[in-house]
Design a protein around this ligand. Structure first.
Ligand code: FE2
Length: 472
């Protein structure tokens, strides 16, 4: 009996000793600072905070609702959204919008989404399980404003539906009216905190914008659900109202693999050369412009898909009948920053840009601003086409590098967040770069008439911003 009592006391003592020794759980750091390319940025571990929780985890109500351009934007558009896995079915309702609420009373078309169960866990983040829903809405009328919403299909459960969004289809190819799109360089870091004002300011500047173009590095850490949550939060209803197209950057890739979230989240054209660059390398026609996305991180001349992309681009441009041609890719053909030259990329792509006289190349990656032109003829040859191709590098997020002045550059900038509005008409492509406070930073008109291309500078009096004159 006594022995049992001693044994029991010993066990109790051990238990309390172990309890006393047990370390308090470490508090999670919210902003662990890493450095990358010499610039600090945050990694997130704060998912237990309410805000992080809302940005990461889905619920029964649709979130991350985004419209994407299709190959035929006058007659179709693509919508993706996310719910938790309790919502097994996704339904999109659509009707021609009316002045009053009558559009919602009858004649609503319902489309069943393709639903994909999906889970991913990135580094220190928790596992996120979601259902992603995708709808391609076709048979639409051009230049028509539609109202649509997404939900679980049960009309009585209003709380499980999105609000009604409005979306206007493109005009037909023969339209004489100009269209407008907004191009963004890298958002990438501190997206909710510092990029939100850029996309919102761009929408405020031009709410009738037809689509938005993101030139890669939308986020910093490929599969980080919190960062993607911040990107969707920043754009909010704009993503559901203005269709987007995006080309991937190196930060959407890791170890040669595209983020697992790209294809569930987006519904981009699948007309590229190989399945592995489907929805990253593709072409669309928007009214009188052809716009091509090249998957720059997958473009390695030694890589099977790299060669396939070059061959494909050659055939796409050879068959191009559009008056204007724009190319987007993340890595710049001409880097703005010292020691970041992309020689093999330039050797692979520039001969085709020259051969087909691409009008403008929209790029990111270098976290500075530069815009200039390079002749389409080899150096020293008679330059019949005086303008050549316009090359731009821009940045919309807060991470900033310094650039190096080069002969091709006409305008340059550092430490400046920017968005660019491109208006494409019959004879004129008008380009304007704005800061988030709405100041014009760069502008030119490209005029193509009677077989001749002319560049008209309209921003020469605007002072350039450099790190040294911004941070005194
Ligand atoms: Fe990049």
């Amino acid at each position: 009996m006594y022995t049992s009592f001693v044994k029991f006391s010993f066990i109790v003592a051990i238990f309390f000793f172990a309890l006393a020794c047990k370390k308090k759980p470490k508090e999670e750091k919210t902003n662990k600072v890493h450095t990358h390319h010499g610039m600090a940025h945050t990694h997130y571990t704060a998912h237990q905070k309410l805000d992080g929780h809302k940005l990461i985890f889905p619920s029964k109500t649709p979130d991350r609702i985004i419209a994407n351009l299709t190959e035929d934007p006058a007659h179709s558009f693509a919508i993706n959204w996310r719910t938790n896995q309790q919502i097994k079915k996704g339904i999109l309702q659509i009707a021609i919008a009316t002045d009053g609420p009558e559009f919602a009373l009858d004649n609503i078309r319902e489309i069943l989404a393709k639903t994909q169960s999906f889970q991913n866990q990135n580094r220190h983040e928790p596992m996120v399980k979601a259902n992603f829903h995708a709808v391609l809405v076709d048979s639409l009328q051009p230049n028509t404003t539609y109202a649509y919403r997404v939900g679980n299909g049960v009309v009585e459960q209003n709380e499980l539906w999105s609000e009604w969004f409005q979306f206007t289809t493109a005009k037909t190819a023969d339209s004489k009216d100009p269209f407008h799109f907004i191009y963004f360089g890298d958002a990438q870091n501190n997206i909710k905190s510092m990029w939100s004002r850029v996309i919102r300011s761009s929408y405020k500047k031009l709410p009738e914008v037809d689509f938005m173009l993101h030139a890669g590095d939308l986020i910093n850490d490929r599969d980080a659900n919190l960062e993607w949550g911040e990107w969707f939060y920043a754009g909010s209803f704009i993503h559901a109202t203005v269709p987007s197209m995006m080309t991937p950057g190196n930060h959407e890739y890791r170890n040669d693999s595209l983020t697992v979230l790209w294809k569930p989240q987006f519904n981009l054209p699948q007309n590229g050369p190989t399945p592995s660059v489907s929805e990253t390398c593709y072409a669309i026609d928007y009214q009188n412009m052809k716009l091509v996305s090249i998957d720059a991180p997958a473009l390695d001349p030694n890589h099977e898909d790299g060669h396939a992309q070059v061959q494909w681009l050659d055939s796409v441009l050879a068959n191009n009948t559009k008056k204007w041609t724009a190319l987007t890719l993340h890595y710049p053909i001409f880097s703005t920053v010292k020691d970041r030259d992309n020689k093999s990329l330039r050797e692979a792509i520039k001969p085709l840009i020259d051969k087909y006289k691409v009008d403008i190349v929209l790029q990111g990656h270098d976290h500075t601003y530069a815009r200039g032109a390079v002749a389409n003829t080899p150096q020293g040859a008679t330059n019949v086409d005086a303008v050549g191709t316009i090359y731009t590098v821009s940045v919309s997020g807060p991470k900033m590098y310094q650039s190096k002045d080069q002969e091709w550059m006409k305008r340059r900038g550092e430490f400046t967040q920017l968005f660019q509005i491109l208006s494409v008409g019959q004879d004129t492509l008008s380009y304007k770069a704005y800061t988030p406070i709405g100041s014009l930073y760069d502008a030119f008109d490209l005029v193509k008439k009677n077989g001749r291309k002319t560049l008209i500078e309209v921003s020469e009096t605007i002072p350039e911003r450099f790190k040294n004159n911004v941070l005194k």
